[in-house]
Design a protein around this ligand. Structure first.
Ligand code: APR
Length: 373
């Protein structure tokens, strides 16, 4: 029995071995399913050998524990062994070694778990040699699928930032009783431990999603937009270019690429140079709500916001803070089970003061009763 590993799946090339059903069920138990079962067609050595697909009794969606990547090898007794990547270039010998081991293991009946593990390790090894997050040459879809399939640990070698800040190192904000003004919302204990105010560079945050204060083209700019694109690398712009822009108040999600954050949620804040009206207020609140919607729709449970629109777009920070806090409070009231942490990432000391001063109005420590007098 041999395996054909190609074009993102494992194909079992069986010499009609009687062990096939057992192996298939072993692999399925290990979380890896086969897309096809090929019987060896043609004679060993012929181009058709091992490549004649037959209607497989068991078709399943291949969802290998990791998304295998574009290289193909067919190893079967006597079949020509060729290690190629999707673009046809051959894998240098060293990189093809693991494939040979995998196939050999399969042929020798290694345990399924060992095969899956060696396959997993091998694909990471093979793909890691292909990934270059500093270059615009790569296929963003393939790179995104690969990065999103990695564990946090396996993704770390790909960060392009000088460092990263883990979620556990971002302190939780706890409401203190006795704020200066009566709070605008009732106390909700379910929201305790879900808010942070973090002073620093949002590109360093190793969390599920960071929000980008983008412009309608989504093709990068200055401010936090520029910082995020620089840190993520050029594939971010390639994916953004496929999104056909973004309207004010809307939000669209992409992979984080070279960022410690798994995702980037791009939102376009209102331009408020000429002052803030109801339209700008509503649009800014939508940025926060739609960003949290995009996050929870992608199972992102930790999200960081910059102070959207308060830089180049000129929205007065002392007014923006209220739209931001109200939007997050209302979203968490409705969806607190879908989010572990919302982080207000402030870059300027004045912004930090603004958030600490106003948070108790939206996330009170106690139910403050507005005075009747
Ligand atoms: N990390 C966190 N916050 C940052 C960072 C950073 N690395 N860099 C800037 N900021 C802060 C700014 O201090 C400001 O408080 O982000 C906030 C938003 O400022 P801008 O980035 O200027 O965003 P915005 O006001 O929404 O204007 C958007 O600017 O960069 C262009 O392409 C962008 O056209 C769009 C416009």
């Amino acid at each position: 029995m041999a395996f054909q590993i190609s074009a993102s799946h494992i194909r079992a090339v069986s010499c009609m071995s009687s062990s096939m059903p057992r192996v298939r069920s072993d692999f399925q138990r290990a979380g890896v399913k086969f897309k096809h079962f090929f019987t060896l067609g043609g004679s060993p050595g012929s181009p058709q050998f091992g490549r004649t697909p037959v209607a497989s009794p068991a078709r399943g969606e291949v969802d290998a524990a990791i998304r295998a990547h574009r290289f193909s090898t067919t190893t079967a007794a006597g079949a020509p062994r060729k290690f190629v990547q999707a673009n046809g270039s051959s894998l240098p010998r060293g990189r093809s070694g693991w494939l040979g081991k995998f196939a050999l293991g399969a042929a020798l009946g290694a345990s399924t778990a060992a095969l899956v593990q060696s396959f997993h390790t091998g694909v990471i090894t093979a793909m890691s040699h292909k990934i270059n997050l500093g270059s615009a040459e790569g296929d963003w879809k393939e790179t995104k699928a690969f990065l999103l399939s990695l564990s946090l640990e396996d993704r770390r070698p790909y960060y392009r930032t000088s460092g990263s800040v883990s979620l556990v190192d971002i302190p939780v904000w706890t409401p203190t009783a006795g704020g200066s003004e009566p709070s605008r919302y009732q106390r909700n204990q379910k929201l305790d431990q879900k808010i942070s105010v973090y002073s620093g560079d949002i590109t360093m945050l190793e969390i599920d999603a960071i929000v980008n204060a983008a412009n309608k083209t989504l093709l990068g700019g200055g401010g936090v937009d520029g910082a995020i694109h620089r840190a993520a690398g050029p594939l971010l712009k390639k994916e953004c270019a496929s999104l056909n822009g973004c309207e004010t108040g809307e939000a669209k999600i992409t992979c984080g690429y070279g960022l410690p954050a798994k995702y980037v949620i791009h939102t376009v804040g209102p331009i408020a140079q000429g002052g803030v009206g109801e339209q700008q207020r509503r649009a800014l609140k939508s940025c926060y709500k739609n960003s949290l919607e995009a996050a929870t729709s992608n199972a992102a449970r930790s999200v960081a916001f910059p102070c959207i629109s308060t830089g180049i777009y000129g929205y007065p920070p002392e007014q923006a803070v209220h739209e931001a806090l109200a939007a997050v409070r209302e979203f968490l009231d409705a969806h607190h089970d879908k989010l572990d942490r919302v982080i207000f990432c402030v870059f300027l000391p004045t912004d930090k003061e603004l958030y600490l001063q106003n948070l108790p109005l939206y996330f009170p420590a106690e139910t403050t009763v507005r005075s009747k007098l």
